[in-house]
Design a protein around this ligand. Structure first.
Ligand code: SAM
Length: 277
């Protein structure tokens, strides 16, 4: 029996193309199109939108995005075994799916976006081993606002909590400051291990990030230096953890109490420190 989009069920696709999951490629596939549509819907309306997807695998999320009316999907997949399955989806949606075989970490998404008219959104069930690095790359593009209107990404729940964390939250750290500086990040929903084939060890979460129009001006490298030092010794007082960057003198410049700890500082306060370096 065909699935809700008229294509064969993903379980059949995986069996027919011999796509047994490879751990080294972070392959945990989603087979339920209702769930992949729920992820795609989190990105907002997709009509007229070009979606960049990383790691389409057998195409569960890709199919959801296309069935919800995205103008086009450009998907980057590292595993060549997935290409024939993806070609079947491309045939079903003529002219709307372009697959790039390659490593997303080496893909120049800014250059890809430069050739596109209309809005771009990024939606992905990311391979866990490269997910955080990709997110950081998308947060630090050559110019701001970035080429993307939103990022809707699946992570291990633990990483998702770090992405959306604010000050005074145990999960608040370098990633939370970076995301909070340039985006509004929110937790959409959790996905239990049983939803995947094969099931991973931990719960996953879908997070949604939209760029803020005008983040407080600072240099990303300076912000990174301050947060690395502050959270490198997160239980210590800032006068100690920031010693190598000027310690009490630096803190006095921006009027921050040297007895405070990293996790009590707002994103704006970290930016002020970065600008005072
Ligand atoms: N999107 C599919 C789904 O939701 O069922 C598959 C998700 S699976 C967690 C991650 C996918 O990313 C796999 O298909 C894997 O081959 C691919 N992948 C792993 N590393 C990659 C990389 N560096 N660049 C592009 N794709 C990668």
């Amino acid at each position: 029996m065909a699935a809700i989009d008229g294509l064969p069920p993903l379980r059949d696709v995986i069996a027919r193309h011999g796509l047994d999951a490879k751990k080294a490629l972070g392959q945990n596939f989603l087979l339920d199109l209702n769930l992949t549509q729920k992820i795609a819907r989190t990105a907002g309306p997709l009509e007229g939108v070009t979606v960049f997807e990383v790691g389409p695998g057998p195409g569960g999320l890709t199919r959801a995005i296309l069935s919800l009316g995205a103008a086009k999907v450009i998907a980057v997949e590292r595993d060549p075994r997935c290409l024939p399955a993806l070609a079947e989806i491309a045939d079903h949606y003529p002219g709307r799916l372009e697959v790039i075989e390659g490593d997303a970490l080496k893909t120049d998404f800014d250059a890809l976006a430069a050739g596109i008219d209309g809005p771009v959104r990024i939606i992905a069930n990311l391979p866990y081993n490269v997910g955080t690095q990709l997110l950081v790359n998308w947060l630090l593009p050559r110019q701001w606002p970035p080429f993307w209107q939103s990022l809707t990404l699946m992570f291990q729940r633990e990483v998702g909590l770090r992405i959306v964390a604010d000050a005074d939250d145990d999960h608040y750290g370098r990633l939370g400051v970076l995301c909070g500086w340039r985006t509004q990040a929110s937790m959409a929903f959790d996905v239990p291990p049983q939803a995947f084939t094969p099931p991973p060890k931990v719960t996953s979460s879908v997070v949604h990030l939209i760029p803020v129009a005008e983040p407080m001006p600072t240099r990303a490298e300076a912000l990174e230096r301050v947060t690395a030092a502050a959270f490198g010794q997160r239980r210590k007082m800032l006068r100690q953890s920031l010693k190598s960057l000027g310690g009490e003198t630096l803190l006095a410049k921006v009027g921050i109490d040297p007895q405070r700890r990293a996790e009590t500082l707002s994103v704006d306060e970290f930016v002020m420190l970065a600008n005072a370096l």
